[in-house]
Design a protein around this ligand. Structure first.
Ligand code: NAD
Ligand code: ZN
Ligand code: ZN
Length: 344
């Protein structure tokens, strides 16, 4: 089969031919219908050889949707042809956190060498994908594969980031979203669907700000050194009760801290290496800072339900597998509007 692989440190991903995978006992083989390209893949492909955590070559793609092509020995509850979405942050399924559905925080994944597809295990940017366990699958139940595939990460991660902050987003509150790309443009919609907060979106280009307005942001601002003061102005000096940073670079993390209100939740989702000092006087009183990872299995089902209810409309641009390297070039250059989706 064809697969898009990251083969050598520092080189661009390539479409190659690899052996067709076969499902082992307990596994499920999917014919991939759609695979999403995440900025985390760009980050992974920028990491140096020293300390690189995954074996190369590695088939990319940690967002996947497909149809069941074959069941490994002992798998029940699924049938060939079922259309399913893949929960990516695989865990052991047994530890305390996995028992609560929080496989994103599995206590034993590292020890057991369990990795998400596309981030260690072979990913979804291929004609076929092996899924380790049927519990990592949710039925599409009518969702379109292209619209659904970004929900597996670009939807689930913001959903998980936003959910604990909902009690603070009362009427009159403000939520700031920094970076309106794949994750951010879905975050705006989740905030609109679940809260009555005023949403202020920041990005670096006018076309990203236009997308932010299309998906429901009330105010949009260029993300520059005047942005924090403008958010203060828009909030009569109070600042925002919730800040979601989908970039996570030092300049955006600085903005996140500077726009926060007292008792704000500041959530750093982007992995660009920025840090925010915490300590008496460093941030407004009782502001909390967290850096979450992906989401739980129950939240995965919830975000799919939110899309079925019509609350999320993902903006996508599609590519064939042969064109997939181009999708990553555009993602690297910041020119993708919404999510780039590959159709293997
Ligand atoms: P993306 O490229 O689709 O979107 C990023 C957006 O940020 C773009 O619109 C870009 O124009 C904008 N941006 C860049 N610099 C900016 C700045 N200084 N100020 C404001 N906006 C700026 O990326 P994505 O796939 O949505 O991923 C977003 C981030 O989240 C990445 O760092 C990714 O690695 C990370 N991520 C984290 C998790 C997690 O579990 N924590 C999961 C998925 C992705
Ligand atoms: Zn991702
Ligand atoms: Zn576990």
């Amino acid at each position: 089969m064809k697969a898009l692989q990251y083969r050598e440190i520092g080189s661009a991903p390539e479409v190659v031919t690899v052996p067709d995978p076969e499902p082992g006992p307990g596994q499920v083989l999917l014919k991939v219908s759609a695979a999403g390209a995440c900025h985390s893949d760009i980050a992974v492909m920028s990491w140096p050889a020293e300390g690189f955590p995954y074996a190369l070559p590695m088939t990319l793609g940690h967002e996947g949707v497909g149809t069941v092509a074959a069941l490994g020995a002992g798998v029940t509850g699924l049938s060939e042809g079922d259309a399913v979405a893949v929960y990516g942050p695989w865990g052991c399924g047994i530890c305390l956190n996995c028992a609560a559905g929080k496989e994103n925080y599995c206590l034993r994944a590292a020890d057991l060498g369990i990795n998400p597809p596309g981030l260690g295990a072979p990913g979804s940017m291929a004609e076929y994908l092996i899924v380790d366990d049927p519990r990592h699958l949710a039925p599409l139940n009518g969702l379109d594969p292209v619209d659904a595939v970004p929900l597996t990460d670009a939807g689930l991660t913001p959903y998980h980031a936003i959910k604990p902050t909902l009690p603070k987003l009362v009427p009159g509150a403000t939520a700031v979203v920094i970076g309106v790309g794949g994750l951010g443009h879905i975050a705006v919609q989740i905030l609109r669907a679940l809260t009555s907060a005023r949403i202020v979106a920041l990005d670096v280009t006018e076309d990203k700000l236009a997308l932010a307005r299309t998906v429901g942001a009330h105010e949009t601002l260029l993300s520059d050194d005047k942005a924090a003061a403008k958010v203060r102005e828009l909030t009569d000096g109070r600042g925002a009760q919730a800040v979601f940073d989908f970039v996570g670079a030092q300049p955006t993390v600085n903005i996140a801290g500077a726009v926060a209100s007292v008792e704000a939740d500041i959530t750093i989702v982007g992995i660009a290496g920025g840090t925010l000092p915490v300590g008496f006087g460093a941030l407004p009183f009782e502001a909390s800072v967290t850096a979450p990872y992906w989401g739980s299995r129950s939240e995965f089902h919830e975000v799919l339900e939110l899309a079925r209810a019509g609350a999320i409309s993902v903006h996508t641009e599609t590519y064939s597998l042969d064109e997939a390297p181009r999708a990553y070039e555009r993602l690297h250059d910041g020119t993708v509007n919404g999510r780039a989706v590959v159709l293997p």
